[in-house]
Design a protein around this ligand. Structure first.
Ligand code: AR6
Length: 292
C-alpha cells in the first residue's frame, strides 16, 4: 500500500488522467483502504511494531511482570516446601493415567511451565488466553478484566471476527495490554471435557502463525461457566504436557490461578504432570483418598 505522504504527492503532481491502468487501480485501492481501514487495524499494526520500551508506555498499569520474573515450576517447587504435603487422590491418578509421559523429558519440561497467582492482564507474554463467550462481546470474569486492560480497540477487533464457536480459538492484538496477542477461546457451559480440551489445543495451535513462545492460560470455564475445577486442571495439564513434548523449543506455558482452590489444585497436579524429581505416584494416592 502507498504511504499517505506518497499518495498526497502523486495526487498533487501526477494527474490521475495520465496514470497507466495499473497505477490507477493501485491509487484507487489505496484511497479506498485509507478511507475504510478502521483505526483499530492501523493501531494494531503500529503497536505490534513498536520497540518494547515504547510499547511499555501504553500499558494501563505499570506493575506488569516479565516472563523471567515468573518462577519456572522447577524453581517454584524448591522455594515452596509445603508442596510435599499436597497429595493427589485416586481419582487424580486415574485421570493422570489417560496420557503417557516421556520421562526423559521431565526435567526439561519442568522449566517450561509455571504457576502464577494473580491477574493475567499483568503478564508481559506473547499471548494471554481469554475465557470468552461465543459472541466475543466483553463479559465478566477474566474476559472483562482483559477488555478493560486492553482498551476499546480490542472489542472493535473482536467485532470483526464473527464470533467464535465453543472449543475454537481466535486471535486479536493485545492493544494496551502487556501481552502482544489475546487468544479468545470459548469454553463449554455444559461440562464437556472434549470441548475444554479443544480450547487448549486450538489456543496452542496458533503459536506457529503468530510466533508465540510464551503463553498464559486462565482456568477456562471454571468461573461463570461452572466447569469442575479439578477436571479442568487435569485437562489443561494433559494438553500442555503433550504440546510441550512435541514442541521442545516452546519457552513457557503459565497457568494463571486466580482462586485459592485453583492454586491448591495446580500445586498438587503439576507435581504429577511435570515432576521435578522421580517419585512414586502410587505412594501419594495411597496416602489419601481425598488429597488432604
Ligand atoms: N486474571 C486471571 N484469572 C481471572 C481473572 C483475572 N483477572 N478474573 C477472573 N479470573 P470466568 P468462564 C478467573 O468466569 O467460566 C465471561 O462473562 C476466574 O476466577 O472468567 O470461562 C465471558 O464473557 C476463574 O478461575 O470464565 C463468558 O460469558 C477463571 O478466570 C463467561 O464469563 C475463569 O472464569 C466465561 O466463563
Amino acid at each position: 500500500m502507498l504511504s499517505p505522504a506518497k499518495l498526497a504527492f502523486i495526487c498533487k503532481y501526477f494527474p490521475y488522467s495520465i496514470c497507466t491502468g495499473l497505477q490507477q487501480t493501485r491509487l484507487f485501492d489505496s484511497l479506498v483502504k485509507m478511507t475504510t481501514e478502521p483505526k483499530m487495524v492501523t493501531e494494531k499494526k503500529r503497536i505490534l511494531e513498536l520497540p518494547l520500551e515504547e510499547k511499555r508506555k501504553l500499558y494501563r498499569s505499570q506493575d506488569f511482570l516479565i516472563v523471567d520474573k515468573v518462577d519456572p515450576w522447577c524453581n517454584y517447587v524448591i522455594r515452596n516446601k509445603h508442596l510435599a504435603t499436597k497429595k493427589h487422590t485416586l481419582d487424580d491418578l486415574n485421570e493422570f493415567k489417560k496420557i503417557t509421559l516421556d520421562p526423559e523429558l521431565n526435567k526439561k519440561l519442568s522449566e517450561k511451565v509455571s504457576i502464577y497467582k494473580g491477574d493475567i492482564t499483568k503478564l508481559e507474554v506473547d499471548a494471554i488466553v481469554n475465557a470468552a463467550n461465543s459472541l466475543l462481546r466483553a463479559g465478566g470474569g477474566v474476559d472483562g478484566a482483559i477488555h478493560r486492560a486492553a482498551g476499546p480497540l480490542l472489542q472493535q477487533e473482536c467485532n470483526t471476527l464473527g464470533g467464535c464457536p465453543t472449543g475454537q480459538a481466535k486471535v486479536t492484538g493485545g492493544y494496551d495490554l502487556p501481552a502482544k496477542y489475546v487468544i479468545h477461546t470459548v469454553g463449554p457451559q455444559d461440562g464437556s471435557a472434549p470441548a475444554l480440551q479443544k480450547c487448549y489445543i486450538n489456543s496452542l495451535a496458533h503459536h506457529k502463525e503468530y510466533n508465540i513462545q510464551t503463553i498464559a492460560f486462565p482456568c477456562i470455564s471454571t468461573g461463570i461457566y461452572g466447569f469442575p475445577n479439578r477436571l479442568a486442571a487435569h485437562i489443561a495439564l494433559q494438553i500442555a504436557r503433550q504440546f510441550l513434548e512435541k514442541n521442545e523449543k516452546f519457552e513457557r506455558i503459565i497457568f494463571c490461578t486466580f482462586m485459592p482452590i485453583d492454586i491448591d489444585i495446580y500445586e498438587t497436579l503439576l507435581q504429577m504432570y511435570f515432576p521435578v524429581q522421580e517419585w512414586n505416584y502410587n505412594d501419594g494416592a495411597s496416602a489419601t483418598e481425598k488429597g488432604e
